[in-house]
Design a protein around this ligand. Structure first.
Ligand code: NAD
Ligand code: WQD
Length: 341
């Protein structure tokens, strides 16, 4: 894509989407955000506009609603779509599988149908390391066997398969599947960041909300895993590095001749206690914790082999654990209630 292309960003008001929109606009792309605000606030877009110093067109709509999407393609020439829109809470997906299949899978099918109708056949999709299930070894390479242990993960697997089938049926489609590891951190300005609804499911927002005094104590889910200190090991990646991976994908997408499937991780694994210690050092705040039982469905170790991303996207993560913790804290300290004023 050349830098004057127009990119439709579904889910662009959300955590990873908002950071990606900043980088796209700073790189010169025209951006259109499409979001139903089911898990985002309009304030995030105002903050992004402040960072980039210009207003951003936003369409409030649902990817399951064909008419909402048609209006976008009717009124704009879209060159490529970065498709973040989706629901992502693993526990909720177990309780409400149909909600996840409808939103994530049906929504993506509808999006692709409308794209096809308007001749836009270029998509970068937010997949997840969850598609590797419980990997037989680490680091994880892109050709490892795929599986899922919950409806959220299965929705990602199904969408990957659907996009692969779409390419087989019509190889003029350009498809990049980006498998994210564990996104953390926030924009260096401290004005946009992760703002989960209710009690966070993920480790980093739980840590930051404990440090800011919203939560009293972090439960560490198990200390008897086969890892260096018994707690779960993950590949935490700074959200700005992750956002940059999307820029690289957009730069390369016109030239690909296969469905490109790429891990976006750092290649380094940190345990829960490593993260607590790094966060305490970065913030100067104590994070009270206690050891709790293992969480159902969790695995011991998950971290990427990121070498393929370097080879095909010329991308690699540049921000380490200290910067991830500092930036998460800057955002949380300045915005103890997230985007709520
Ligand atoms: P997020 O919830 O902050 O962002 C998702 C956005 O999509 C939200 O703004 C939400 O309002 C919007 N959305 C949801 N359903 C929609 C629909 N039907 N129509 C229009 N908009 C809709 O989540 P995020 O962390 O930014 O994740 C972005 C994508 O990356 C998701 O697809 C997620 O599954 C995937 N992913 C996230 C992680 C993670 O840990 N954050 C890891 C791997 C993959
Ligand atoms: C990280 C580590 C927990 C919370 C999930 C999804 C995955 C992907 C990223 C979207 C684990 C431990 C956590 C807490 C803890 N999302 N933990 N106490 O489970 O690796 O991945 O988010 O695609 O699909 O499954 O991330 O941040 O929940 O957990 O001890 O209160 O922190 O056991 O070892 P996870 P996480």
């Amino acid at each position: 894509m050349n830098k004057s292309s127009t990119i439709l960003v579904t889910g662009g008001a959300g955590y990873i989407g908002s950071h990606t929109v900043v980088l796209l606009i700073e790189a010169g792309y025209n951006v259109l955000i499409f979001d139903n605000f089911s898990n985002a606030s309009k304030e995030s877009i105002k903050r992004v506009e402040k960072i980039v110093g210009k207003s951003i067109p936003v369409v409030e709509g649902d990817i399951r609603n064909r008419e909402d999407l048609k209006k976008v393609f009717e009124n704009h020439t879209i060159d490529s779509v970065i498709h973040f829109a989706g629901l992502k809470a693993v526990g909720e997906s177990v309780e409400k599988p149909l909600k996840y299949y409808d939103n994530n899978v049906t929504g993506t099918v509808t999006l692709c149908e409308v794209m096809s109708e308007y001749g836009c056949k270029s998509i970068v999709f937010s997949s997840s390391a969850t598609v590797y299930g419980d990997p037989h070894t680490t680091p994880i390479k892109e050709d490892f066997p795929l599986s899922a242990t919950n409806p959220y993960g299965r929705s990602k697997l199904f969408i990957e398969e659907i996009l692969r089938d779409l390419y087989i049926s019509d190889n003029t489609w350009k498809v990049i599947l980006l498998r994210y590891f564990n996104p953390v951190g926030a924009h260096g300005s401290g004005t946009i960041g992760e703002d989960p609804n209710g009690i966070p499911n993920n480790l980093m927002p739980y840590i930051t909300q404990t440090a800011v005094g919203k939560l009293s104590c972090l439960g560490v889910f198990g200390d008897d895993y086969d890892t260096h200190d018994g707690t779960g090991v993950r590949d935490y990646i700074h959200v700005v590095d992750l956002a940059n991976g999307h820029l690289k994908a957009i730069e390369k997408i016109d030239g690909i001749n296969e469905v490109l499937t790429v891990n976006l991780g750092t290649g380094k694994g940190y345990s829960v206690l490593d993260m607590v210690k790094a966060f305490e050092k970065a913030s100067g705040k104590e994070v009270p914790y206690c050891i709790a039982p293992r969480r159902a469905g969790d695995i011991a170790k998950c971290y990427a082999d990121p070498s393929y991303a370097k080879e095909v996207l010329s991308w690699e993560a540049t921000k380490g654990i200290d910067e991830m913790c500092q930036d998460s804290w800057r955002w949380q300290e300045a915005n103890p209630k997230g985007y709520a004023q």
